[in-house]
Design a protein around this ligand. Structure first.
Ligand SMILES: Cc1ncc(COP(=O)(O)O)c(C=O)c1O
Length: 172
């Protein structure tokens, strides 16, 4: 399980496992809604296009220009995605899903407060995807790529959203 912005941390985790009998899941930034400009979920909502000279899934305007994007995680705010991910989506080898800004915050607070590990908001998307999957499964192991630490996000999160009681009310 790994978050997908441009796709580098996810492809780094997935590549050694592509031929192995494991599920691989990429979690895209679902932002605040499904309209263009409210998210940055390139493969979930995009269409084939060209950015930086390569073809991939792309969030684009009617004119074929890269479209506006939003995510609470600035590192995931990108309208394109690596071509290898686009291929892995088309072949079905990797499943791609989305986590919203709110799900990301819930995961951020949960790991911080239960384990003392502060994940980056980008990585919190992978955590949110894992939490959702874990609720659907009786057993198994989920390996989550914590692509970065959340110290950089702590001031923004606490000043904007507080310490998470509201987000964790279903947990404790
Ligand atoms: C901590 C962290 N994780 C993930 C990403 C997303 O990038 P990528 O999908 O290319 O790994 C970023 C981008 O800045 C990041 O800072």
């Amino acid at each position: 399980m790994a978050c997908v912005g441009g796709g580098s941390n996810a492809i780094g985790l997935f590549a050694p496992f592509l031929d192995d009998p494991v599920e691989l899941v990429g979690v895209e930034p679902g932002g605040s809604g499904t309209k263009l400009g409210e998210h940055a979920a390139t493969m979930s909502y995009g269409t084939a296009g060209t950015i930086h000279g390569f073809k991939c899934y792309l969030l684009q305007t009617e004119a074929g220009e890269p479209g506006p994007v939003h995510s609470i995680a600035s590192g995931l705010d990108y309208p394109g995605v690596g071509p290898e991910h686009s291929h892995l989506k088309d072949t079905g080898r990797v499943h791609y899903t989305v986590a919203s800004d709110n799900e990301c915050l819930e995961a951020f607070y949960l790991l911080s407060r239960t384990e003392g590990i502060i994940p980056a908001l980008e990585s919190s998307h992978a955590l949110a995807g894992a939490i959702r999957l874990a609720k659907q499964r009786d057993r198994g192991i989920i390996l989550i790529n914590l692509s970065g630490r959340g110290d950089k996000d702590l001031d923004y999160v606490t000043e904007t959203f507080g310490y998470g009681d509201e987000y964790l009310k279903d947990w404790f």
